[in-house]
Design a protein around this ligand. Structure first.
Ligand SMILES: Nc1ncnc2c1ncn2[C@@H]1O[C@H](COP(=O)(O)OP(=O)(O)O)[C@@H](O)[C@H]1O
Ligand SMILES: [Mg+2]
Length: 327
C-alpha cells in the first residue's frame, strides 16, 4: 500500500529577495515497509517537504496523502498516525527522567500507561539506553539524548515515521544503532520510514529507495543500486601531490562532467575524483595534470557513489551546491 503520496507538491516562500521556489512540483509514492530517503545538499528542499508531510507547513500547490489521509484536509488524522523527529530540535524536559519524558509523549497520543511503559522499555532496549531511563534528561550525554529523540518518534506506534537529518552530529555508535532500528522497524513492524539526509553513506546503507533532490526538484528516484548502475560514465580517482590542490574546479578539466577534490594537508597530497565524459578522456586528463606540474602517484577507476550520481545529474557536488556554485 502507498503510505505516502505526493502529487505536484509545490511550496513558494515570499522572501525579501523575491519568490523562492523551495519545492517544485514534486510527485512520488512510498510503500508500507519501505525505508525511503530524500538525499540532497543543504537548501535542496528536504525539510520543506517533510514539514508539509507532517502537517507543519501548508503546500502552495499540489496535494499529499499520508496513510491515506490528506495532509491539509485531514491534518489531525495524519498527526495521529505519524511520528516525527528532527535532529535540529532539542525536545523534552531537562529536569524529568528519560522514562517520564517518553511517557509524557505517549500521553499526547492517549496511549494506555501499561502499553506506553512496555514500548518505552522495548525502544530503550533496541537503542541500548535502558540504563539511562531513570536519569534526568540534563544528565544524559548528547548521544543518549539523541537516541531518546529517535525513540520518541516511535512511541505512538506510528504507521509512517519522518526523520529530518536523524544522525546529524551523532556519534558513530549511536548512529549505527539508529540506522539498525530504522531497517528493523520498517521490515518487522511494517512501518514506512521517511528520512531526509545529506549523508550519502546513510542513504546507501538504510534506504530501499532514494529520491535525489536539488533545488526543490526530484532528479532521480530508485534503489541506491539502480541509481549507481545507471551511471554509465567512468569515475576515476587520481591521487596526486599537493599541487593537485591548485585545481580548484575539476569540472574545468577537459572531458570531465563533474568532480570533487579533497586535500590532505598533513600528508601533502590531494585526491581528485572525477566523472569522465567517457573512457577516452582519461589520457587527456592525465596529460593536463602533467602539464600543470602535478605529480600523479596513482589513479584508478572506482565504483560510483550516490554523490557521483548527483554530480552526473547536476554537474556539481554537494559542497559546491551548498556554496551556491553554478554548474
Ligand atoms: N520559512 C522560510 N522562508 C523563506 N525561505 C525558506 C523558508 N524555509 C526554507 N526556505 C528556503 O527554501 C529552500 C529549501 O530549504 P529547506 O527545505 O530547509 O532545505 P534542506 O532541508 O534540503 O536543507 C532554501 O533555499 C531555504 O532557504
Ligand atoms: Mg533541512
Amino acid at each position: 500500500m502507498a503510505n505516502v503520496v505526493a502529487e505536484n507538491l509545490t511550496r513558494v516562500f515570499e522572501t525579501k529577495s523575491g519568490r523562492l521556489l523551495a519545492l517544485d512540483s514534486v510527485s512520488f509514492e512510498v510503500q508500507t515497509g519501505e525505508v525511503f530517503g530524500l538525499l540532497g545538499p543543504n537548501g535542496a528542499g528536504k525539510t520543506t517537504l517533510i514539514r508539509i508531510l507532517t502537517t507543519l507547513l501548508l503546500p502552495t500547490y499540489g496535494r499529499a496523502l499520508v496513510g491515506g489521509f490528506d495532509v491539509v484536509k485531514e491534518a489531525k488524522k495524519v498527526r495521529s498516525i505519524i511520528g516525527f523527529s528532527s535532529s535540529s530540535e532539542r525536545v523534552g524536559f531537562d529536569f524529568v527522567t528519560a522514562r517520564r519524558n517518553l511517557w509524557f509523549f505517549s500521553q499526547l497520543y492517549g496511549t494506555p500507561t501499561g502499553e506506553a511503559n512496555r514500548r518505552i522499555e522495548e525502544l530503550a532496549a533496541l537503542l541500548e539506553f535502558q540504563d539511562q531511563l531513570d536519569r534526568k534528561l540534563y544528565t544524559l550525554t548528547t548521544g543518549y539524548r539523541q537516541r531518546l529523540n529517535i525513540a520518541r518518534a516511535f512511541i505512538n506506534d506510528p504507521q509512517v515515521v519522518f526523520f529530518d537529518e536523524p544522525t546529524n552530529g551523532m556519534d558513530v555508535f549511536s548512529a549505527k544503532k539508529v540506522r539498525e532500528l530504522f531497517v528493523k522497524e520498517a521490515k518487522t513492524n511494517s512501518r514506512t520510514i521517511f528520512l531526509a539526509t545529506h549523508n550519502m553513506f546513510e542513504a546507501e546503507e538504510v534506504c530501499d529507495r532514494v529520491a535525489i533532490i536539488d533545488r526543490g526538484r526530484i532528479l532521480a528516484i530508485d534503489s541506491p543500486e539502480n541509481l549507481k548502475s545507471s551511471l554509465s560514465k567512468p569515475v576515476v580517482l587520481f591521487e596526486t601531490d599537493i599541487a593537485g590542490a591548485s585545481i580548484s574546479d575539476p569540472t574545468r578539466l577537459d572531458g570531465v562532467v563533474g568532480g570533487t577534490i579533497k586535500v590532505d594537508n598533513e600528508n601533502e597530497t590531494a585526491k581528485i575524483r572525477v566523472i569522465l565524459r567517457d573512457e577516452d578522456f582519461l589520457e587527456r586528463v592525465l596529460q593536463l595534470l602533467e602539464k600543470r606540474g602535478i605529480r600523479v602517484f596513482n589513479y584508478q577507476r572506482i565504483e560510483p557513489t550516490l554523490e557521483d550520481v548527483f554530480i552526473s545529474l547536476v554537474g556539481a557536488g554537494f559542497a559546491e551546491r551548498e556554496r551556491g556554485i553554478e554548474a
